[in-house]
Design a protein around this ligand. Structure first.
Ligand code: PMP
Length: 372
């Protein structure tokens, strides 16, 4: 049975109206059924250029707070259907974090054992979250980059006969976005203007799947695909070499370390390549790491939208597009995950745990309960 449970008929756009208190008018059989149907939320004038409209599709509304909850549902469900997973089996995957957290959730809910391979540089809170949900986390050396953690997961799967998710090649990934993320966007913007769909890629599942669904029904919507400025793999025009199973061989020559965790690994995933062939993109945008971090901080401070660095990157790109788009344009940016996953990263570097001068002045402005 599908993890995704689309709302039927009754769900209608309610911009500006309030439907608090009405509940979801349904009960859920288990946590995985709550994946998807994330909201598109308008960005106010503190960030959106005048005369344009930007919406953010907030994937942190998923139960484990990222877009990768969709991927975990897609891959585990497909494997169950194809008889590749039986009760008590072990699932293994390589991940920059969000996939591992999502796969850990699915495994916990279904009763599979879970082993996650993750390269050293990704934030430590991710490791803890996976272990919290019962997964084993195998840390791979920084020098091996993304390809190193992928190779390790493959080796473990071959040695122990574990089910490998293969998120970068598994067709269930893009397919799930084609049948959930894309249709959700089409439903939410039904009868409304939508000119640009802005996103980056990790596996490329969102791009290839949601992109295909949107283009099929609304070919005039322009897809804007972003990459970190520091790692312009697609822009370079050089393809990744592949093994027979579609996995990439070696590090791409245009790759350099970048702070946009979850975006652009050190190879071009097969799903991205297929998405480029089948759907393509209308505009390309290189996104600075510092701008992504600042934009994420701005989203938090001016919109109350709490996302990670890739969310900042998407929004940075959406704002750039808005600045040069014709008056009246409507832009949708994908916001992949929550900011809570970045407490030990540069995103939070400027945020202190202790009181600053201003806070001390407030504390001392009344007599009771002062520290120190
Ligand atoms: N942002 C973050 C933080 C992610 O973890 C991912 C997935 N790795 C993405 C964006 C991109 O999603 P996709 O894999 O569908 O391209």
């Amino acid at each position: 049975m599908s993890c995704f449970s689309g709302l039927t008929g009754a769900s209608k756009r309610a911009t500006g109206t309030q439907d608090r208190g009405s509940g979801r008018q349904r009960l859920y059989e288990n946590i995985t059924k709550t994946v998807g149907n994330t909201p598109c939320v308008k960005i106010n004038e503190k960030m959106c250029p005048a005369g344009r409209t930007i919406y953010a599709k907030l994937e942190y509304f998923n139960p484990c707070s990222s877009v990768k909850d969709r991927l975990a549902c897609a891959i585990i469900e497909a494997a169950e259907k194809e008889g590749k997973l039986k009760p008590g089996d072990t699932v293994v995957e390589a991940t920059s974090g969000n996939t591992g957290i999502a796969v850990s959730m699915l495994c916990a809910q279904r009763g599979y054992k879970c082993v996650i391979c993750m390269a050293e540089p990704f934030s430590v809170e991710r490791r803890k979250l996976m272990r919290f949900m019962g997964a084993k986390v195998i840390i791979t050396p920084k020098a091996g980059k993304g390809t190193g953690m992928v190779a390790k997961a493959k080796e473990l799967s071959q040695k122990h006969g574990w089910f490998l998710c293969s998120q970068f090649e598994n067709e269930a990934n893009a397919a799930f976005h084609k049948f959930t993320t894309g249709p959700e966007i089409l439903a939410d913007f039904e009868g409304q203007r939508l000119d640009y769909f802005v996103l980056g890629y990790g596996t490329g599942g969102t791009f290839a799947g949601a992109g295909a669904a949107i283009k099929a029904e609304r070919p005039d919507v322009k897809i804007v695909l972003g990459e970190p400025e520091a790692a312009p793999l697609l822009k370079s025009g050089t393809k990744s070499e592949r093994n027979a199973d579609g996995s990439a061989i070696g590090s791409h020559p245009a790759f350099a370390a970048h702070p946009i965790q979850g975006w652009t690994p050190d190879f071009i995933p097969q799903i991205v390549e297929k998405g480029l062939e089948a759907v393509g993109y209308d505009e390309y945008i290189g996104i600075p790491g510092a701008g992504s971090i600042e934009t994420s901080q701005m989203l938090a401070k001016t919109q109350g939208i709490f996302t990670g660095i890739s969310g900042g990157a998407s929004m940075w790109a959406a704002i750039e597009i808005a600045k040069k788009a014709p008056e009246g344009s409507v832009i949708l940016a994908m916001i992949a995950d929550t900011g809570e996953r970045y407490l030990t990263t540069p995103l939070f570097e400027s945020i202190q745990a202790d009181m600053n001068e201003e806070e001390l002045v407030i504390s001392k402005s009344t007599p009771s309960f002062q520290l120190g």
